[in-house]
Design a protein around this ligand. Structure first.
Ligand SMILES: Nc1nc2c(c(=O)[nH]1)N[C@H]1C(S)=C(S)[C@@H](COP(=O)(O)O)O[C@H]1N2
Ligand SMILES: [Mo]
Length: 212
């Protein structure tokens, strides 16, 4: 038997996750919340709260294709896949390796930097290159998560064009599923977070300074 994270994600159903759990396919603590909850109704319907003591009951369930943008920002907001389609688009041709082997795709979408700037990240202007202390956590379906340094996604620093993709090879992503992160500079597919539902801007100073 395989513990198919990919299949689970593809299925995108709380039902599939329940079946995996019943089948004893529980994943380690690093993939807690194996509820497969993505954007969409499944997020609200799943028992995700039971898998995380830090879950906040006060937070409304995610709407279809909703991505919450928050953290160290002045203006937290939500953007849906449908909203993203109306914003200025970029297109990238990429290749990356995955468990399926090499993949080549053309993605269309909105630069991640644009989406985050709208939320007005609060970087320390008093510190030299304060934004270099920033990072972005991207969470997708199945509580899959990857982190970026701010400089990696800021065209003012890096030659990168990280996108919140709305389509792959001309095929639109399901509005309920949410966008996919596309990371042209990566050779592996790990940070191509699918069914994106949260972007969280952070600053490393509190963690680093606490360790002094
Ligand atoms: N939400 C989510 N996104 C994910 C993953 C995942 O498990 N969950 N796996 C990543 C990994 S390890 C790879 S290699 C690619 C694979 O992309 P594919 O599923 O389109 O083949 O997706 C990435 N994005
Ligand atoms: Mo992967």
């Amino acid at each position: 038997m395989t513990c198919g994270r990919q299949n689970q994600r593809r299925a995108g159903l709380a039902l599939a996750a329940a079946a995996l759990l019943l089948a004893g396919c529980g994943q380690s603590a690093e993939t807690k919340g194996a509820d497969g909850a993505k954007g969409g109704a499944a997020a609200g319907a799943s028992a995700s709260a039971s898998s995380s003591s830090s879950a906040k009951a006060s937070v409304a369930p995610l709407g279809p294709g909703e991505v919450r943008v928050g953290g160290e920002v002045a203006k937290p907001y939500s953007v849906t896949l449908a909203d993203l389609r109306k914003l200025p688009q970029a297109s990238v041709e990429v290749k990356f390796t995955s468990a399926k082997g090499e993949q080549r795709h053309t993605y269309q979408g909105v630069p991640l930097h644009d989406v985050l700037k709208t939320a007005e990240p609060r970087f320390d202007a008093a510190k030299k290159n304060g934004r270099l202390r920033g990072f972005v956590s991207a969470t997708g379906g199945g509580d899959y998560r990857a982190v970026f340094a701010w400089a990696e996604i800021d065209p003012g620093f890096a030659k990168s064009q990280v996108l919140l993709a709305v389509s792959e090879d001309g095929v639109a992503f399901d509005d309920a599923a949410g966008p996919r992160l596309v990371v042209p500079q990566d050779t592996k597919g790990g940070r191509y977070v699918s069914e994106l539902n949260q972007l969280w801007v952070g600053v490393v100073d509190p963690v680093v300074d606490a360790a002094k």
